[in-house]
Design a protein around this ligand. Structure first.
Ligand code: NAI
Ligand code: 15L
Length: 268
């Protein structure tokens, strides 16, 4: 059966998610170009490897040549001092979109984060039309990526789906992740929907499984056609008290960003 794309690019291929996505995303393209700052090992069948620092403008320009769509997972993925975040997530994303435009890439799927909205309360239900409330430099850098991709859609017609991923790990590691959990299978399905939906324009969606408790309302991205199959419910035995997750005198519980509240700029 023919695949939807000839060549797609996965950045962040050496990372936690990149390593797990490497195999399933082969279903989306004849060739998957794998990229990272770090070694990703040798190219397998249907793969090619182009190592690259996202902060290197010329290298990113070459990286995007001949690519139909990009899954952008590369970058700093936790709260850090501003300098490394600026290099990878701000300069890196600016370089990427400049290359996307010049090389004629049609669509980008941007791994954004729940930390763009981390200063909403855990009693709030947030949607994509609500004001951004990042919870630190990392969240602000993802806001930059969302905003830059909006510009490239409005100005140049380059489509982007920004996925505000919750917590995509094999299992929830704490009660908060019972709410933010996204299974790998659901992430792959969300990527498939984001790649093949006929028209996405600039879409912001929340990357979560069908968990019992919810902080996110996805009414603005139903056109993607994503239906989560998994739920954190199967891990409920690990966190018997997570049903009573509620604000307390603890900012990591009061706000959706959880532990990131303790590592933001004010704690440096
Ligand atoms: P990770 O930290 O394991 O992987 C990120 C990869 O990006 C690493 O392999 C790293 O070497 C690479 N990278 C960092 N700076 C780079 C640069 N300047 N140039 C090229 N590559 C660079 O993170 P993970 O968990 O795999 O997440 C992937 C993406 O998804 C990240 O953008 C992260 O912000 C986002 N995300 C992940 C979530 C999760 O639950 N795992 C939740 C929300 C967002
Ligand atoms: C993120 O954005 C991070 O990349 C990931 O490592 C987790 O911390 C996740 O958010 C989360 O909020 O659980």
């Amino acid at each position: 059966m023919s695949k939807p794309f000839k060549r797609i690019l996965l950045t962040g291929a050496a990372g936690g998610l990149g390593r797990q996505l490497r195999e399933p995303i082969k279903a989306f393209a004849d060739i998957v170009r794998l990229s990272d700052l770090a070694d990703v090992g040798p190219a397998g069948e249907g793969e090619e490897v182009v190592l690259c620092d996202l902060a290197d403008r010329d290298a990113v320009m070459a990286l995007c040549e001949g690519v139909d769509a990009i899954l952008h997972f590369g970058g700093v993925s936790t709260e850090q001092p501003f300098a490394p975040i600026m290099q990878a997530n701000i300069l890196g994303v600016a370089n990427l979109y400049e290359a996307v435009h010049k090389q004629g890439v049609k669509r980008v799927i941007f791994a954004s984060s729940n930390h763009t909205m981390g200063l909403y309360k855990t009693t709030d239900l947030v949607d994509a039309s609500m004001p951004l409330r990042p919870d630190g430099y990392y969240g602000v850098s993802k806001v930059f990526g969302e905003s830059l991709s909006r510009y490239y859609w409005d100005r140049f017609g380059i489509e982007t789906v920004c996925i505000r991923i919750g917590s995509c790990f094999p299992e929830p590691a704490n009660p908060r992740m019972m709410i933010t959990y996204l299974s790998l299978d659901d992430l792959v399905e969300l990527l498939r929907c984001s790649l093949v939906a006929p028209r996405v324009g600039h879409t912001i969606t929340f990357g979560v499984s069908n968990n019992s408790a919810k902080w996110y309302d996805d009414r603005h991205s139903r056109h993607l056609g994503y239906v989560a199959k998994d739920s954190s419910a199967k891990f409920a035995h690990k966190f018997p008290d997570s049903g009573s997750y509620a604000p307390a005198d603890d900012i990591t519980i009061t706000y959706q960003g959880g532990g990131f509240l303790l590592t933001g700029p004010q704690y440096k």
